[in-house]
Design a protein around this ligand. Structure first.
Ligand SMILES: *[C@@H]1O[C@H](CO)[C@@H](O)[C@H](O)[C@H]1NC(C)=O
Length: 118
């Protein structure tokens, strides 16, 4: 393969890996079922510490035991990531347009918490 082609491939792979934008402020999606799930509430704030550490901060409402807020930090490189808060693993997925965060946890597989960028 010609060197220029390899170079272009590498650049485009790095480019696509970096094109997501986790950082920002999101508003909790009200469709989350608070009766049976722990849901985002109010705003979710994601702050980036370069190169790719992200702090996530949110109020939560619903069936969250005694929790009223979530905060944690994690390393995110693509459109998915996870963090563990108080022993609970939380999987995060960013939509391809970087507008929506979806959070799920294996502890309650039917619960989906979403937040949409402001
Ligand atoms: C993001 O969420 C909004 C509001 O729920 C929805 O209309 C939109 O289709 C979502 N975008 C993607 C890419 O999932």
């Amino acid at each position: 393969m010609p060197a220029t082609l390899i170079f272009l491939l590498v650049v485009s792979i790095i480019g696509s890996a970096q094109s997501q934008t986790w950082a920002g402020t999101y508003t909790a999606d009200p469709s989350c079922n608070k009766a049976g799930c722990c849901c985002f509430s109010g705003q979710v704030v994601v702050i980036k510490t370069p190169p790719n550490t992200y702090a996530l901060d949110s109020k939560v409402a619903g069936s969250c035991f005694t929790l009223t807020s979530l905060s944690g930090s994690t390393t995110l490189t693509g459109y998915t990531g996870s963090l563990t808060i108080s022993g609970v693993p939380i999987y995060l997925q960013l939509s391809s347009d970087s507008r929506n965060i979806t959070a799920t946890t294996p502890f309650s597989s039917t619960c989906i918490a979403q937040a949409n960028k402001v």
